[in-house]
Write a protein that binds this ligand. Structure first.
Ligand code: 4AZ
Length: 346
């Protein structure tokens, strides 16, 4: 009798504690309502963790609210450390002041100590707000992918921001776009300097992407098993925007669990262990050598003209990858001609 009583107490205790932990997990709430290049307008409150960094009233980068005091963003957004930045939360449009907006100053900016502005390795930053924010339907936190998360190639993720759209100007209404994760090996074909701290997303044919002004903003995965949105990446860089063969590159959030816990201290954000469905790895991926050699590619994408090179964070280096493909093409052509001459003469 005593044993079964104990067991039922235990069951009740387990039930209560699991309820408590579910109640605590308030991050990444999926709202009931329902350029970015070739994205769509978001609904107000659809991405309540999205923030806008402004300087003298102008939006310059995105970020994501991870608890009442801290915003996650990209280190390359803050090259000069702390300035007179304003963080706008609950924002839907860049034009005019929205009724659900709240603004905060910046108490401090903590760029990752190993951020490398040449390679963009460790392009991650934590920004402490001047005052905590009150959560509501338009302002709430995103969950973060924990260190043991496994995110397979092909997994669909959402990226949001007010960056450059396909018409070449900044968005007014917050944009959202859905892009699949690209395997590490495949992405290295496009970006030979890619590190383990980076994760790529985009379509092989291009067309949908994040772009300038989206930097620092969140790349999130809809984790149906947790019924929560979990941030897996931070918008970091790319060769142009939405070009075929050049996915967007994101800072891999899971690599920074310990750093984030360390900086945020006594009030850490919520980490969620995500494992996405998909194939095991892209370990056997072989870089395509034919892709840029098609005349169609050369005519439509060489040199890249989607965005101006001045806007590209790669600056004047923007054409290097294309150029090396082009020189491959010419050397293959030369080889072909010499073989033809040799064989033709024997
Ligand atoms: C940028 O300049 C930038 N296509 C951000 C993301 C991407 C490209 C450029 C990804 O901030």
């Amino acid at each position: 009798m005593a044993g079964s009583q104990f067991l039922s107490y235990l069951a009740v205790a387990i039930l209560l504690s699991s309820r408590a932990s579910h109640a605590q997990q308030s991050c990444g709430k999926i709202p009931t309502s329902g350029r970015i290049i070739n994205g769509e307008d978001a609904e107000p409150g659809e991405w309540p963790w999205q923030v806008s960094f402004t300087s003298d009233g102008d939006h310059f980068c995105g970020g994501s609210l991870i608890n009442e005091n801290w915003v996650l963003s990209a280190a390359h957004c803050f090259p000069g450390g702390n300035n007179n930045y304003t963080v706008i939360l609950g924002r839907h449009r860049l034009d005019g002041m929205g009724v659900n907006e709240a603004a905060r100053g910046v108490e401090k900016i903590v760029n990752h100590p190993y951020y490398d502005r040449n390679t963009f390795d460790n392009d991650i930053s934590l920004v402490r707000l001047s005052m905590p924010v009150q959560m509501n339907n338009y302002i709430s936190t995103i969950c973060l992918a924990s260190k043991d998360s496994v995110i397979h190639p092909g997994t669909y993720t959402w990226v949001t921001g007010w960056g450059t759209t396909s018409n070449g100007t900044a968005a007014d209404v917050l944009q959202e776009v859905r892009v699949p994760i690209v395997g590490q090996r495949e992405c290295e074909c496009s970006y030979p300097g890619l590190t383990m701290n980076m994760i790529c997303a985009g379509f092989r044919e291009g067309g949908k992407d994040s772009c300038q002004g989206d930097s620092g903003g969140p790349q999130v995965f809809n984790d149906r098993s947790e019924n929560a949105m979990v941030q897996v990446g931070v918008v970091s860089f790319g060769q142009g925007c939405a070009l075929p063969g050049f996915p967007g590159v994101y800072t891999s959030v899971q690599r920074y669990e310990w750093w984030i816990r360390n900086v945020t201290g006594s009030s850490p954000p919520s980490f969620v262990n995500v494992t996405t469905p998909g194939n095991f790895s892209d370990g056997f991926f072989v870089c395509p050598t034919d892709r840029p050699m098609t005349t169609e590619y050369l005519y439509t994408h060489y040199p890249p003209h989607f965005t101006t090179d001045d806007d590209s964070i790669f600056g004047t280096g923007a054409n290097i990858i294309h150029f090396s493909y082009f020189s491959h093409f010419t050397s293959f052509f030369a080889l072909f001609v010499s073989l033809y001459v040799l064989v033709g003469h024997s």
